[in-house]
Design a protein around this ligand. Structure first.
Ligand SMILES: [Zn+2]
Length: 134
């Protein structure tokens, strides 16, 4: 039984990961509430600081707030689902997610969104026209 907070997060996110857009129904592991600003950085457990996340994105993100842009090696913050628009920072390149900004590139890298096994799952879902979910 999910808590009302988890239900609110799922509903707001359309039951897909707010980072990689994996539909929850195809994920092998239970989705998680991600603290966009981690609790160790004093981020509150409240809707305005939470994102609905697949287990992979949440695990690789951990408490990180930023990373090094693979293109420039400059420090850049991670994508914030509460304040940033996904379409501004990402676009699909087949089953791989491309960062179209420094924020997007850092997020794809830190969250390891293009790990081989994750791309393979997306490729299968795309072939079945089940991904990306609208
Ligand atoms: Zn994800």
């Amino acid at each position: 039984m999910d808590t009302p907070l988890r239900e609110a997060l799922r509903r707001r996110a359309g039951a897909r990961c707010e980072y990689c857009h994996m539909p929850e129904r195809f994920a092998p592991l239970r989705f998680q509430q991600d603290h966009v600003i981690a609790q160790k950085h004093r981020g509150p457990t409240a809707l305005e600081n939470l994102a609905w996340s697949c287990a992979d994105c949440n695990a690789y993100k951990g408490s990180d707030l930023a990373g090094l842009d693979p293109a420039t090696s400059q420090l850049e913050r991670l994508f914030n689902p509460r304040t940033d628009r996904w379409e501004v920072h990402f676009q699909w390149n087949g089953a791989e997610l491309a960062g179209t900004s420094a924020i997007g590139r850092v997020t794809v890298a830190v969250l390891q969104i293009n790990r081989e096994e994750r791309v393979a799952v997306r490729r299968e879902l795309m072939a079945a026209d089940l991904y990306p979910a609208s």
